[in-house]
Write a protein that binds this ligand. Sequence first.
Ligand code: CTP
Length: 407
Amino acid sequence: MNPIKDKRITLGVTGSIACYKAADLASKLTQAGALVDVILTESATYFVQPITFQSVTGRKAFVDKDMWSDQGHVQHIGLGHNTNLVVLAPLTANTMAKLAHGIADNLLTVTALAATCPVLIAPAMDGGMYTHPATQTNLQVLKGRGAVVIGPESGRFASGMVGLGRMSEPPVILGHIRHTLAQGGPLAGKKVVVTAGGTREPLDPVRFLTNRSSGKQGYALAQAALDLGATVTLVSTPTGLPLPHGAEVIQVDTADDMLAAVLAQTADADVLLMAAAVADFKAAAVSDHKIKKSDKVASLKLTRAPDILMAVGERKQQTGYPRLTVGFAAESENLLENAAAKLAAKSLDLITANDITAPDAGFSVETNRVTLLYPDGRQEKLPLQDKAEVAEQILDRVIQLMTNKDD
Ligand code: CTP
């Protein structure tokens, strides 16, 4: 499950033109199920009003005068202690300096000082303020205390100058928040390798053979493993999908590239989730030059591409790694018989079978309807679900299988 759901997040907003992006961040966090308490510094209120945040979070947004409200001076202690995460975005050079020195002269800095949870900061400042030695020293102090620093990015400032200091975009900050909140989950300390996308087998410098895999199910599996606190390596062909934040990504093209990456990465891995659609055949010879019409090529000579799961299975027999292997069978006929045969042939712990002829399941679409098959003959049919939900279910079964192995 998305680790942001039901978490209390304190979003501190300080006086930068990037304040408008903080409203978008508050909205995205709320949509992801978080309870967001926004605290604005006085300078932030010159850029954006509390009502903007209240409208997107459905909760009160706090300003300095709330320190002296009916709840009196305990307001900041309540906010600081009851939160799962403090996010300071945008964080100005001024508030960064205050935090580095433990200065607590407004509701936000007092709350940050009282907080015992992880702190994420997304600096935003114009001109040369970010590279100034004073700011850099303050940043090092905060990093040394464990703050997660997001950005800043290079680009054009409001002043017209160009340089390093633009606040990272809300989706990037959201990725860091999700990753931070997932730490310590049930797969903490476990290495999960996921493959995704369709391999591309070159014919010449311009053309390749590929398949209809979108990579969506593989990326959803990588995200689900990250959400459970795993260390994730994603071995992916080019898919154009946004990369799941926190995963180590290894880009590959061909089945041979993927074989090399998977064997290297699974030598010490706990789990391999082999969701990629790997070519079974490749060109017997790749032309160095673009094949021309005048070459009169009437047929292609193909040869077998490596079977990655087969190779992983053989290595697993010798070394015991990866400890658990999950395969995916995309079938257009005899779904369960074919999937069961692959489960046995490739020494898998679990295979996910899906019927690619169904219009609402399989390649490119957002949903999938799969049956899980186990080596003991058990079969489990899952309903039509989002690929993200299918991924969560598969990871749930992976945790069960790991627990059985550990017992
Ligand atoms: N697979 C693999 N290497 C290949 C082909 C497939 O590792 N060269 C993996 C896939 O990633 C998947 C599983 O094997 O997890 C089943 O893939 P699938 O294409 O359904 O089966 P194949 O073994 O290729 O058999 P066939 O194409 O004959 O159905």
